[in-house]
Design a protein around this ligand. Structure first.
Ligand code: RUG
Length: 798
């Protein structure tokens, strides 16, 4: 094949062409890595035309565009996702295998783009895919971190963090846009000229765009994920270099790149430092300029902005986008202040993801004034006007020397949404009660969802095949069709096939764990999985306490008919969150002792898999029997892992928290293992003096489990290792681990009992699949389009 023969249709030829002419590799010497890149290029070629057609259609229709601003996009690997959505899987596999290569291995060679911490970032990635699937013209805006979430390993059970290097290899999916750059100012002062405020920043950096196309199901539509990277305005100082000061010559570039260097390893906890606020302004301001540039290319009247632009703030991280838009409209375009605020409010909406007070961002006004002096004035003016209009308002964006981003986002938004019914209800009665009283129509609910392309079709091919054989493949684009599986659940033959899928997925997982981690698991055991960020409110320590109590009881009563269990944990702790890191170490220590106990290890094994990420989730979820969603009620805004497990046939053991409530309603209370205090009861329990000590004293199992930790059973020679955890459990216990323990134990024994009847269990698992269709992110995005953005699909017009 010659260079000019760039193949259009034959996939095999396209791969060979890219191997030669894009990568410069001879097939005889190509490594898995080269083949993977060649395959990626061949797939990318199939995306580009559709991507451009979608962009052209949006311009033609002068359609309203949605702009999803998010500090995090946890996109994971993209090759398989793109192949699945383009329905190229069979062709790609055949082509790859014709070269004598392992297809699955090739897909797994791609590093995870871990540009997010957890649920919030993964939600943004699911939303981007659903927006494309639904043909809604949209852009995702974020930061192109050079280092995504840190790589986790364990040393003597402790979490060790290493930098993550996803950009070490070429990232085939992105297109650099050196022409799309904006210069952004920081610091300085605000001058007054001709009676108008003029911001005179002290320093400047550039934001440069990198675009990744996001293709929807069946390749019908593609949108853009635009990530910004920091660059210096003058990257190289030749005079300094010639003077021999080589480091100083590139200092400006090093500083500018710092902005997009690392993802903050925080989730649900505030990390209010200068760099973080700089990052937030950097990507929000670049995005606002890009939005205005696109709008102004075709429209002269800025008052039309709300008809053409919907901006969604994913959490408060991009909240500064609101004041930035007001600033540009007023200071730079000359609109009256109130009109600028009105237009901004017409465009901006805000999604809240947490009620934890420490996770609601606020900044000291000193820092804010230093970095963004004009924005502070604008925020003050809006807040004062608001206070005048509503003198009885208590929660304002300013006060106590702080800038409160939740309040700021609220007052500058058209709609504010929570992410599950319970969470939205609690927003109205707790953190935003004051605002809700004044603006009763502003808060709406949009329960989260997950994309079925990645979280069923892509990650669980066996189950997807069985579903397709049973009800056809319409469910991939319309997940509610899974309901059609329900009648088959009564069919013993079908249930056997369903059980065989789970067994095969578990066998695959066991093989992988044996290969990668040298641990042999009992595939007959119940695979009980808790994977998520490590946080006190998520209560991994409740899970491990139950494991300790179970182990103690098994040792005491070895001849009882115990249901064999493998408890699998995965998740990272923020590096500065020491309590969470203690929990990790405790789980690893407990695992070491229990796994070494020959008296019980056929019945109980504990495994903490390091470096939990999207790829590991894709492996574990299809093989899970039981989904642990055990947060303290009222603390998990929604959860999305809970939906993925249910969709893949793992019933939940969980509290009435976040979207668990809706999962239970939909799959049926009899197919869900409920335990624990409700959000209201939890609040009341906290007021009971010594609630933790009382709960422990009332439960001999819990007493014994805590005592084992306290006495050093799992930290021989160092009984104090977990003094902090013991102290917390027995005294403060804000997250009510002790209070919920007894009921959790009861629910776990119900699980044991139910799992022992394998046919009944399989029925329950299958019903979880059949009734989880509502949790598609397509449904969620339709809700946003209708209730929040007033945006239309352009499918069919490309
Ligand atoms: O903790 C929440 C999850 O409950 C939720 O499912 C997810 C997506 O809505 O967002 C998570 N979250 C919240 N991540 N960071 C925060 C706080 O900023």
């Amino acid at each position: 094949m010659a260079r000019d023969d760039m193949p259009q249709s034959d996939f095999r030829d396209a791969i060979l062409w890219h191997l030669a002419y894009t990568l410069g590799k001879d097939p005889d010497h190509a490594q898995v890595f080269d083949w993977r890149l060649a395959l990626s290029h061949a797939v990318r070629d199939r995306i580009v035309d559709r991507w451009m057609a979608a962009t052209r259609a949006t311009y033609r229709a002068d359609a309203k565009r949605v702009y999803y601003l998010s500090m995090e996009f946890l996109i994971g690997r993209l090759l398989q996702d793109n192949i699945v959505n383009l329905q190229l899987a069979d062709e790609a596999q055949a082509a790859v295998e014709s070269f004598g290569l392992d297809y699955a291995g090739l897909l797994l060679d791609e590093p995870d783009a871990a540009l997010g911490n957890g649920g919030l970032g993964r939600l943004a990635a699911c939303f981007m895919e659903s927006l494309a699937t639904l043909g809604c013209p949209a852009y995702g805006y974020g930061i192109r971190y050079e280092h995504g979430l840190f790589r986790q390993s364990f040393a003597e059970g402790r979490q060790v963090e290493a930098p993550e290097d996803w950009l070490e290899q070429p990232f085939v999916w992105q297109f650099e846009r050196p022409e799309a750059r904006f210069t952004l100012g920081f610091g300085g002062r605000v001058a007054t000229r001709d009676g108008r405020a003029v911001w005179e920043p002290e320093s400047f950096v550039q934001a440069e765009a990198f675009d990744t196309p996001v293709i929807g199901w069946r390749g019908a539509w593609a949108n853009t994920l635009r990530l910004w990277a920091g660059r210096a305005v003058d990257p190289f100082d030749l005079d300094r270099f010639n003077a021999g000061d080589f480091a100083a010559a590139v200092e400006a570039e090093a500083l500018a790149r710092t902005i997009s260097r690392v993802l903050y390893p925080e989730d649900s906890t505030e990390k209010g430092k200068r760099l973080r606020l700089t990052q937030e302004y950097f990507f929000s301001a670049a995005s606002i300029r890009d939005i205005l540039r696109r709008f102004e290319a075709d429209h002269a009247d800025l008052r039309l902005l709300p008809q053409k632009v919907a901006i969604q703030l994913n959490d408060t991280h991009p909240a500064i986008a609101g004041p930035e838009l007001v600033r540009i409209l007023h200071d730079e375009r000359g609109l009256p202040f109130d009109e600028a605020v009105g237009i901004t409010r017409g465009c901006v909406n805000y999604t809240n993801h947490t009620l934890l007070p420490e996770a609601l961002e606020s900044w000291g006004e000193g820092l804010f004034a230093d970095l963004l002096p004009r924005h502070l004035q604008i925020i003050d003016r809006i807040d004062e006007a608001d206070a005048k209009a509503h003198p009885d308002r208590r929660n304002t964006a300013r006060g106590d020397g702080k800038v409160r981003m939740g309040e700021l986002s609220f007052i500058l938004s058209n709609r504010v949404n929570g992410v599950s019914a319970l969470h939205t209800g609690l927003m109205k009665t707790t953190v935003f009660a004051d605002q809700h009283r004044i603006w009763p129509d502003r808060i709406v609910n949009q329960t989260n969802g997950v994309t079925p392309r990645r979280w069923l079709l892509g990650c669980n091919p066996r189950l997807s095949r069985l579903i397709a054989q049973t009800i056809g493949d319409g469910w991939v684009g319309d997940l509610e069709q899974l309901h059609a599986l329900e009648p088959h659940v009564a069919d013993a033959g079908w249930l056997d096939a369903f059980a065989a899928v789970k067994a095969a997925n578990k066998a695959d997982l066991c093989d992988w764990i044996a290969r990668e981690h040298g641990v042999a698991l009992n595939p007959q055991a119940l695979f009980d999985v808790q994977i998520k960020r490590i946080h006190e409110y998520k209560r991994q320590h409740l899970n491990i306490l139950e494991a300790i109590a179970l182990w103690q009881e098994m040792r005491e009563n070895p001849s009882a008919d115990w249901t064999a269990r493998v408890k699998i944990f995965g998740g990272k702790a923020a590096p500065g969150y020491f309590f969470a890191k203690d929990i990790i170490r405790l789980i690893n220590d407990v695992a070491a002792v229990i796994n070494a106990d020959a008296a019980t290890n056929e019945k109980l094994q504990i495994l903490y898999l390091p470096n939990y990420n999207v790829t590991l989730a894709e492996r574990l979820i299809p093989a899970a029997d039981l989904s642990e969603q055990i947060s303290t009620a009222g603390k998990e805004a929604s959860g999305t892992g809970n939906m993925k497990f249910a969709l893949n046939g793992a019933p939940t053991i969980g509290t009435l928290d976040g979207a668990n409530v809706e999962i239970r309603e939909l799959v049926g209370a009899e197919n869900f293992f409920l335990f624990g205090l409700t959000a209201e009861e939890a609040e009341a329990r906290r007021a009971v003096p010594d609630h933790a000590a009382r709960a422990i004293a009332a439960d001999p199992r819990l007493t014994r489990a805590v005592e084992a930790i306290r006495s050093g059973t799992f930290s021989p020679g160092e009984p104090d290792r977990y003094a902090n955890i013991v102290e917390n459990l027995t005294r403060a216990d804000y997250f009510l681990v002790a209070s919920d323990f007894a009921d959790y134990w009861r629910a776990q024994r119900e699980v044991d009992f139910a799992y022992a009847n394998r046919t009944e269990w399989t029925r329950m698992a299958a019903l979880n699949v059949a009734r989880s269709g509502w949790f598609s992110s397509d449904r969620t995005i339709r809700g946003y389009m209708q209730d929040i953005w007033n945006a239309k699909s352009l499918l069919g017009q490309e």
